[in-house]
Design a protein around this ligand. Structure first.
Ligand code: FE
Ligand code: FE
Length: 316
């Protein structure tokens, strides 16, 4: 068996925020053999629905109430987002300029399809019958998907339709993953004690996300270094994309999710106890706004670090 590199091993991989800030990975390093050995044959081995088979899903998570609604709404939305990402990457793969990028995005396509599957899988584990899953996902997250994801999807596919591979990588890395990764981190921390299986699913997605963010950044960094005349065009794309993000009702959706979580969390204060969401801060003492602010701040920081690394500081 291949030895699992520390950045993907379950026990040693950093959190997504730390990894996205500190690690450097290239498409040549993360080729198909790496993915088949270290990821599929390594860190993902033996997982069921994206978590260890013995990860707990407490009974109270399966009972109707705000806590269950919170995880259902959150994971349904994420399942739709990951499905859209998978389909968009399918349009990116044919544009790859070389074999290293082709292999890397072929693996990222599978990563995103896997993420979508684990989120749906958790909904099934929570007791939603498989036949009802599409209707339920539409009911709890369809509207959010249309308002938040559809404009982003249209923006990204518009870039890819022009055959612009590097523009597509910038949109995916900065505007999509740079925003999603911090939400995944927040979710992992929130569910740690209440729904350990959900937290592990997020941890697994986060480990993949580090690779997506860092390899995407390396690809853009090289391009900008080799072709500085392309820089303005990419900067303009990011500025336009960020303006679009500002107009999307993402915060509104997060407020609804966090309000549900807040209500459910207070019902389970006995289970949460002194658990700290981050060092020095008890989860039970946090408010919905505080958690949302943290995720949005992490998003901005992650995007800025990645843009600096790419050599696109003008977009900050
Ligand atoms: Fe993903
Ligand atoms: Fe990703």
């Amino acid at each position: 068996m291949t030895e699992i590199p520390s950045e993907v091993a379950w026990t040693t991989a950093p959190g997504v925020l730390e990894g996205a800030r500190t690690l450097e990975l290239s498409p040549e390093q993360c080729d198909l053999d790496y993915w088949l050995g270290a990821v599929a044959g390594g860190s993902l081995r033996g997982l069921v629905h994206g978590h260890a088979p013995d990860a707990a899903i407490p009974d109270f998570m399966r009972r109707p109430g705000p806590l269950r609604d919170a995880v259902v709404e959150e994971f349904a939305f994420q399942a739709i987002a990951e499905e859209k990402a998978t389909r968009a990457i399918a349009a990116l793969v044919p544009l790859t300029p070389d074999i290293a990028c082709m292999e890397f995005y072929a693996t990222q396509l599978l990563d995103e399809a896997r993420h979508a599957r684990t989120y749906r899988g958790h909904l099934l584990e929570l007791g939603i019958p498989e036949a009802e899953l599409p209707t339920l996902m539409e009911k709890v997250a369809g509207q959010d998907a249309r308002k938040v994801l559809f404009p982003l999807e249209t923006f990204g596919l518009g870039v890819l339709a022009k055959g612009d591979f590097y523009g597509g990588v910038v949109v995916l890395t900065v505007l999509v993953e740079g925003v999603i990764a911090p939400t995944t981190e927040l979710s992992e921390r929130k569910w740690q004690v209440l729904d350990p299986a959900a937290a592990q699913i997020q941890r697994g997605a986060g480990i993949d996300e580090i690779r997506h963010l860092t390899v995407g950044s390396t690809i853009v960094r090289r391009y900008v270094a080799e072709q500085p005349q392309q820089k303005d065009r990419l900067v303009e794309l990011i500025v336009r994309g960020r303006e679009m993000w500002q107009r999307l009702p993402l915060t509104k959706m997060l407020e609804r999710h966090e309000a549900l979580f807040q209500e459910g969390m207070l019902d389970r204060a006995d289970v949460i106890g002194d658990y700290e969401i981050w060092p020095g801060r008890r989860l039970l003492d946090t408010t919905p706004d505080e958690r949302i602010d943290a995720a949005l701040r992490w998003s901005k920081e992650t995007q800025d670090v990645r843009l600096t690394y790419m050599g696109l500081t003008e977009a900050i």
